[in-house]
Design a protein around this ligand. Sequence first.
Ligand code: 9YW
Length: 441
Amino acid sequence: MEDDTAGTARLGDAAADVLRRNDLGHLTVAAPELYPHQWSWDTAFIAIGLSHLSVSRAITEMSSLLTAQWRRGMIPHIVFDTAPGYFPGPERWRTAVASDAPAGVQTSGICQPPVHSVAVARILDQARRRGGADRRAAEEFLTESLDGWLAWHRWLATSRDPEGSGLVEIHHSWESGMDNSPRWDAPYSRVDAGEMEPFTRNDTTHVTDAAERPTDAEYRRYIWLVDQMVAARYDEEAIRRTIDFRVADVFASALLALSSEILAELAAGAGRHRDARDMEEIAARFRSGVIAAVSPRSGLAQDRDLRTGAWLPTATIGGFAPLLCGGDVAVVRRQRELLLGPEWCGHPDLRHAVPPSTSPTSPEFRPRQYWRGPQWPVITWLFGWAARRRGDEALEGQLREESLRQLGDLRFAEYYEPFTGEALGSRSQSWTAAVALDWLA
Ligand code: 9YW
C-alpha cells in the first residue's frame, strides 16, 4: 500500500490536473462536458483551489465573473462561453429583455448563493503568505473589485428581502444551487407548467444514468419558471407578482450572513468603514433570520414557501444553515450533535462520514439522485471551513479526513453515493478538484 505522503501528492497532482484541463484561460468550466460554462458559486470554490496553484489565475477567475455582473448588482448564475450543448442556453434565458443585463456577455437571468467573499479573503490570505507580486496583485484586486462585491450583497439584501425579514427570497431552485433537493418539493407541487415552447434536455446525454439527474417533470417546471421570468422582463417586482415559485431559502441566507461578515472585514481592512458597517448590518439581519427559522422540534432551520406562508420541514442539508452563520450558541451546539449523529454523518451504513444532501432516515432520501441524497464534496468543505472559522477545529478535522478519503478515488465526481462511495454525475468536476486542493493545503 502506498504511504500517506505519496497518496496526498497523487491527489494534489490529479486535482491540479483537473483544473488545468478545465481551464479556458479566462474562466474554468464547471465540468468538461456537462457544464461547459462558468457558474457563479462554482467560481468562488474554483478560485479558492486555484489560489494554491497561482494567485494571479485565481484573480482572473473572479474578475471574469464580475464582468458579467448586472447593473443593479446581481451576479448571474451562469456566464456563457461559446461551447454549444448546454440547455437552457442564452437563447432560452433571453436576458436582452432585461433593463440591467450587462452588454457584451451572455448570462442566465438568476443568481446563486453568495460565497464570493470567502474566495476573495482566501486569495488574499494566500497572497499575503506568499508576499511580493502576489500580495500586490491581490491587494489591488481587492481595491478594484470591492464595489462589485458590495453591490452584489446590497442587491441581495434589498431586491431579495424587500421587507427586511432576514431571509433571501429565491424564484427558482437553481438559485439555491440545490436544484432538485426535496427542500423544494412542496413549492414545486404548486408550479403547474402549462403550454410552453418545446425544449430538449442535454444533461441526460452526458450523464448516462438519467436516474442520477432531475426528472423530466422537474425540468418542465424549471423551464416554465425561466419563461415566466422572461415574460416579466427580469423585473424583480414583476417577478414577485407573477412567478409560481417564491421561497425563502435559509441556506442562501446563512451564506449571505457569513459572506457579509467576511466582506465587512475586507472593507474595514481597505479603510472603507461605512461599507463595513453596512455589511455588518446585513450579516446581523440574515443571521437573525436564519436563527428565527430553526424548528425547536427538529433543531433544523426551515425554508418557507412565500406563496402559502408554510414552513418546509424536510430534513435536508439546508437545515444546517446555522452551522454556517452561527448566531445562537445553543442552536449551533445542538446542530453539531445532530450532524455527527446517526441521522446524518454518523449513520452506520455510510461509506464516508460526510453529510448526505438529505438525511438517509428521511422518506425523501434517494441515494443516487443528485441533491436528494448523495454527498457533495463542496458542501462538506463548506461546513468544514465554517467550523474552522468558528474555532471548531475538531469538526473541521473530522470532515477533512473523511472527505479526503472519499476524494482518494481520484474521480473528482460531482456527487457520491453515500453507502457505496460510488462516483456519480459528472467526473472531473472543477469545484470538487478545487476543494481537494484546499483540504490538502
Ligand atoms: C444544472 C455547476 C452547477 C452547480 C449547481 C448544481 C448543478 C446545473 O451544477 O446545476 O444544470 O443542473 O446543482 O449547484 O452550480 O456545477
